[in-house]
Ligand binder design. Sequence first.
Ligand SMILES: [Zn+2]
Length: 411
Amino acid sequence: MSLVIRNARLRGQTQPVDIAIEGDRISAVGAKLPVSGGQSIDAAGSLVLPGLFNLHFHADKCLLGEIMRPNVSGTLPEAIEITNDFKRKYDPAEVASRAVRAMEAGIMNGTTFFRLFSDVGTIGGLQAARGLLLAREKMRKYCHIQVVAFPQEGIVRDPGAAELMDEAIKEGCDIVGGLPWYEYTDDEARQHIDICFDLAKKHDLDIHMLVDDTDDANSRSLEYLALKTMREGFQGRVAASHCGAMAGYNDVYAAKIVDMVATAGVTISVNTHINLVCSARIDREPKRRGIARVKELLARGVNVITSQDDVNDPYYPFGKPDPLECASMIAHVAQLTLPHELEQVADMITINSAKAARVSNYGIAPTMRADLVVVGTGSVHEALRVQPPRRHVFYGGREVARATLTQELIS
Ligand SMILES: [Zn+2]
């Protein structure tokens, strides 16, 4: 099967090019390519990006907002508590059906790679993981999916969780999750991290933890995670989401941690949506934004990504989900508004995420995998500003979504 996308605008280039695809790979990129036969799509000068990423998505809980009671306090602890009621009744088929619905929306917005977090613990057992593994099977033609064995109720404070995580990995989960800050003490947070590394080494898997997702500046698990990453030789294989406590660190300690994170090659995933809603609920004015120190991380060369972790669930009531909306949100919250900063923001949902997921054949160049998004605007700036319906989405050279909506002003 061959396909050519004509008049595509690539980041950093002024003249449009054609992108030729053979099978699941890009075969050529250049002006006015002489490709005969096959399908031809006119991008009409639109920006074309490689497929977008969402590396932190609690798909097992998505859309529970349609049936749950509201989170009255708006805090994480209440969200965890009211979700437990649903988790006791989880059925893998039902979990999969919600996950598929949310992923379909994400794919139409250009997402071709998801990292789904499945709660694994003594409350819900393996039901959420089995649901998301089932969703992965159902969506295999549309996107790449990793499933995280994620201990939402902790590991040390939830005896049995470590064994269930091991079981979830044997059933197909391919990333080791973690939630060290949720343990009762610093010592147990460190034990939690040790257990996660033991699992990762045993099964040769990468790690993605939710770290210091609290307003307490004394929550210090990022420090130990970075240290452990260095000591275990896991540089480039660990991601830490949230790290909102960093907002409250004193500047001297923050500089030390940013340096350790850079040295350890830990990716930081900043999830501005949920932290704007849940963090700093008990701050009096001025209220913190509750996110990691993005500009300091970027300046030190840390791999920063952003992702949509919740879609209408007890933690966060919105979420399209759309990586461009996530990128726009972090541009706002981290004050990344200059032209080169908008490019940094676009990197977070593309090449930085590919680096975090260790995807090597990524980008718009010959031999790269043909996961592509015809965005519908001509520049990164416009893409972030307008977030238009994605005209075409390709996964492995196959068109998996397209937008046909037209809007016009009536005179
Ligand atoms: Zn999360």
